[in-house]
Design a protein around this ligand. Structure first.
Ligand SMILES: [Zn+2]
Ligand SMILES: [Zn+2]
Length: 380
């Protein structure tokens, strides 16, 4: 296998993530990138397979230990499957125990929970600071009103599939006959039932795409990449396990992205801000205004005489709030010396006098840019 991407990165979990966190992360990615929900999307299929590869290693304590210690090299002794050349349905069947409770196809004990969904929401740093309530609109599958979810036109009923005897799975010899693999029945595509007179509203699927509008509460202090979970706002169970869709729905994960701010930079709980200052303020000392995110009032700091460019001033407790209500971060002002681009005649005269006290050579009366170029060209 040619993968070199870090498995922890692939599953977006921390290196010390628990086995359960690893499992949850894989489940979420497998749902998100499953080819059924991303038809004709080779990128999604590659992601789906990559996640399976990472989970096969990180989900196994022994292999994970080898990987932690020696990286990808450490897995030579016990290589994983070549998921890249496998059929996604077979991968799904392989990890069927993971998808129990998710309504996933191929599960041996099918459970009736619907799919989780993910929604990407971009917010500003101010919104992350104060917390916010945002309206989102997304599409999800819901039970078709016309057929009540079984996919059969009103007046008809679905019949059990004769190929698989109605259980939606067939056993096949896998990889050189080494073991038997259970895959989705090709005749009914895993549904276990065939519909001879499909419902016209949903094309026999039993589910229809529906737009849903929701309000999402974003807690103050949320981090980039964190998700807000809205329980039960995902999809109803799939029609093959629960045609009427009365079982528990999956969840909606609202993944938060925080847009870059043009002034503030976040570093964990701390906020950094660049504060422009003049040479005179640094040299002689000054009261300098530092912008804050918590109020519209700037915070005033005292910069002592002789302060250097780039020096940091830490203002306690004025950084990002803590998500769990603990101690928030600090505001860190970074002083940035700004050299004037233009001087008035008076300023130039004053600086000239000052420069004479410094005993350094200055170009006190620089000619204009084009004058210098012309002089250089003419060889004057
Ligand atoms: Zn229908
Ligand atoms: Zn079948």
């Amino acid at each position: 296998m040619s993968t070199t991407r870090c498995y922890y990165e692939v599953l977006t979990v921390a290196r010390d993530a628990s086995g359960d966190e690893v499992k949850r992360a894989y489940r979420r990615l497998a749902m998100k990138y499953h080819p059924d929900r991303n038809p004709d999307d080779p990128e999604a299929e590659a992601r789906f397979k990559e996640a399976a590869e990472a989970y096969e290693i990180l989900g196994d304590a022994e292999r994970r230990r080898m990987y932690d210690r020696y990286g990808h090299e450490g897995l030579r002794q016990r290589p994983g499957h070549d998921f890249r050349s496998m059929n996604p349905d077979d991968i799904f069947s392989m990890f069927s125990d993971i998808f129990e409770g998710m309504g996933g196809r191929g599960g041996r004990r099918r459970s009736s929970r619907g799919y989780d969904l993910e929604y990407q929401l971009e917010i500003t740093l101010e919104e992350a600071f104060h917390g916010d309530e945002r309206d989102i609109t997304f599409t999800r599958l819901d039970v078709c009103d016309t057929c009540g979810g079984d996919g059969a036109a009103p007046g008809s009923t679905p019949e059990p599939c004769t190929t698989c005897g109605g259980n939606g799975q067939v056993a096949q010899a896998g990889l050189g006959g080494m073991f038997r693999m259970v895959t989705a029945c090709p005749a009914c595509r895993g549904k276990g039932r065939v519909v001879s007179d499909p419902c016209r509203s949903c094309d026999g699927q039993g589910r229809r795409s529906v737009e849903r509008k929701l309000s999402v509460r974003i807690p103050a202090g949320i981090h980039h990449g964190q998700a807000v979970r809205l329980q039960g706002e995902g999809e109803p169970p799939t029609p093959d396990v629960d045609p009427a869709g009365t079982g528990p729905r999956g969840d909606l994960h609202v993944a938060i992205r925080i847009a870059e701010h043009d002034r503030f930079e976040r570093d964990g709980h701390d906020l950094m801000v660049l504060v422009p200052v003049n040479f005179t303020q640094l040299a002689m000392g000054a009261e300098v205004q530092v912008p804050t995110l918590d109020t519209s009032e700037p915070h005033v700091i005292h910069v002592p005489a002789g302060t250097q460019n780039g020096e940091l001033f830490r203002i306690q407790g004025r950084g990002m709030p803590d998500l769990r209500g603990g101690r928030g971060g600090d505001l860190v002002a970074v002083l940035h010396l700004v050299v004037p681009r233009h001087l008035t005649d008076e300023q130039r005269d004053l600086l000239k006098q000052y420069a004479e006290t410094e005993d350094v050579a200055v170009d006190a009366d620089p000619p204009g840019f084009w004058t210098r170029i012309k002089e250089a060209v003419r060889g004057h």
